[in-house]
Design a protein around this ligand. Structure first.
Ligand code: NAD
Ligand code: LMR
Length: 333
């Protein structure tokens, strides 16, 4: 284990105990894990960074720990999962295999389901009150797997579990900016549903720049947002899926979570959570705008007014999402 305590710089942040936030990354040695760890090292709201992987985390920690920000960084080897999780307030999970061309995210289920389940069981045992952010695919199933695992251990708190769908939001803003005469900061789009193909539902009609996109241009941008992941998988040609944009999105979501934890008001972003919105249709996990607060989920916002096209997208999303959720639950049961 590498233990690098940058104690003198840590004092800069030690005036408020509430802000002492240890973030653990499980899968820190991977394509997402490495740049995500770097970005989290740059986040002043992270005071301690705990990097775990079955291979390579101590090396990543040694490297990242030289960055001149105040947080301390510790790396943990395969047999040190419990130590890595001790005292963690936030646990981010990008562990698992990525897609190759021709695969769906669901094709990753057989490998990633047990990885995520076992990591969740460790979180339940060692850091049962941590906020958990699941990146590992298929998110539509891995989040229910984590929930069911925590439930089994009697520590599930729906306010504290998040599927990270931020990359869909990041893509939507970027792609809409690309076809509008506006910067991405002005083309932010709420993306609801889940995180795969037809379950990804962008609500372009709710934005000034999005609602004027119609016809073929509308079809094209929706397709691009829903299948942006495939674009990267194809371009990487067997070398994996999105890692850098995902690390950016993961760090962005973690920062939002930490701002909420620290009491900042009005931190609202889409995320895949246990949700009452479509429970009556058997879909009890759903991504919509969620206000984040000191306990995690503060308020789940309704989706708001949507267009006829978006209603059709939502109707295509729900049955597929239901299947993915049920598959995750069945795996743990
Ligand atoms: P990668 O293969 O580069 O890295 C995965 C890492 O997980 C590896 O370092 C591996 O050693 C580690 N790992 C495997 N089993 C582990 C375990 N039991 N405990 C700890 N670490 C373990 O893959 P990647 O490109 O970083 O992608 C990781 C996952 O994230 C994939 O499932 C991918 O589909 C998913 N992903 C999700 C999104 C999203 O938007 N939510 C975006 C991109 C990728
Ligand atoms: C993405 O959206 O880029 C990720 O879910 C990775 C993938 O498999 O497409």
């Amino acid at each position: 284990m590498l233990r690098t305590a940058l104690t003198s710089q840590s004092r800069l942040f030690s005036s408020s105990a509430a802000r002492l936030t240890k973030v653990a990354v499980l899968g820190a040695g991977g394509g997402i894990g490495q740049p995500l760890s770097l970005l989290l090292k740059s986040d002043p709201l992270v005071t301690s960074l705990s990097l775990y992987d079955i291979r390579g985390a101590p090396g990543v920690a040694a490297d990242v720990s030289h960055v001149d920000t105040a947080s301390e960084v510790n790396g943990y080897a395969a047999d040190q999962l419990d130590q890595a999780l001790e005292g963690a307030k936030v646990v981010v999970i990008p562990a698992g295999v990525p897609r190759k061309p021709g695969m769906t995210r669901d094709d990753l289920f057989n490998t990633n389901a047990s990885i995520v389940r076992d990591l969740a069981a460790a979180v339940a045992r060692v850091a049962p009150t941590a906020l958990i952010c699941v990146i590992s695919n298929p998110v539509n199933s891995t989040v229910p797997i984590v929930a069911a695992t925590l439930e089994k251990a009697d520590v599930f708190d729906p306010k504290r579990l998040f599927g990270v769908t931020t990359l869909d939001v990041v893509r939507a803003a970027r792609f809409l900016s690309g076809i509008s005469d506006a910067p991405p900061s002005e083309t932010v789009v709420t993306v609801i549903g889940g995180h795969s193909g037809a379950t990804i539902v962008p609500l372009l009609s709710q934005t000034a720049h999005g609602k004027v996109v119609t016809g073929e241009a509308y079809e094209k941008i929706v397709q691009r947002i829903q299948f942006g992941g495939d674009e990267v998988v194809k371009a990487k040609d067997g070398a994996g899926s999105a890692t850098l944009s995902m690390a950016y999105a993961g760090a962005k979501f973690t920062n939002a979570l930490l701002r909420g934890l620290n009491g900042e008001k009005g931190v609202i972003t889409p995320t895949f959570v246990k949700s009452p919105l479509y429970e009556d249709q058997g879909v009890d996990f759903f991504s919509s705008n969620v206000e984040l607060g000191p306990n995690g989920v503060e308020k789940i916002h309704p989706i708001g007014p949507i267009s006829a096209e978006e209603q059709a997208l939502l109707e295509a999303c729900l049955p597929e999402l239901k299947k993915n959720i049920e598959k995750g639950k069945a795996f743990v049961a």
